[in-house]
Design a protein around this ligand. Sequence first.
Ligand code: CP
Length: 306
Amino acid sequence: IKHLKSAADLDAATATLILDTAGEMAALAGREVKKLPTLRGRTVVNLFYEDSTRTRISFEAAAKRLSADVINFSAKGSSVSKGESLKDTALTLQAMGADAVVIRHPASGAPHRLASWVDGSVINAGDGTHEHPTQALLDAYTMRSRLGKIEGLKVAIVGDVLHSRVARSNVLLLTTLGAHVTVVGPPTLIPLDVAAALAPGIKVTYDLDSVLADSDVVMMLRVQTERMQDSYFPSAREYSRRYGLDAPRMRKLPEHAIVMHPGPMNRGMEIAPEVADSSRSTIVEQVANGVSARMAVLYLLLGGKA
Ligand code: CP
């Protein structure tokens, strides 16, 4: 594949190749091989129109570990503030010889538009409420590292599904890889048409307590208050009481189950601090795995091997 715009771009074989390659990248890092020459002379542009900590930094680290040249573009402080369009910005980057453009944008579909304007690979680093495919890849990698497989796992994705690009990409990738996904949250944040559109066969429940004892993975989503304008949202206290993962709820999980969160977290709202910091939590591991997963994506896309 040339671009990674959606988790739907990945069939099971390609997704597994990326996860296996991420494992090889992590193993090399574990053997103190800090830098590979693979992408020497290639240019990766990080084009960020929306704030990011984890994704931006890990794409930069991944590209540098592969010896690529990295250009970081943030819309803040650029000519975007003078009204320059995404297309003109893209053509400027194209003129600078970008081999890959990693884009985060508040508009769903921006990576698709970008891919029609630039010659290089386009990687979606989060577009509006649509998708965040590399987050899904690092999450799948984390599940496989901790639990040994993905096929057959029971994964509960909990919270603000309506606004979550992480949820959408995870549902697509996990079902491709054979996991059983249940989405959980308040009815106003999981309208049935949204659930049906995510993927055939996923289950929906509005009762978090009913799924905990039978879950291998519980993935908590950030409540996206900044995107809540059009949705009814209960008070933070009510949300936390019904859908927050606290220590008593965590004790209902099977012994082997893990707790995930893509970050950034609202500690005390969707996840209690003692859960986020517990040994079941993979939150810090997810960040570390993000570098390996993104190295794999850059390596395979720019090397034409995926
Ligand atoms: N998980 C995630 O996308 O985090 P950032 O917004 O910090 O990149």
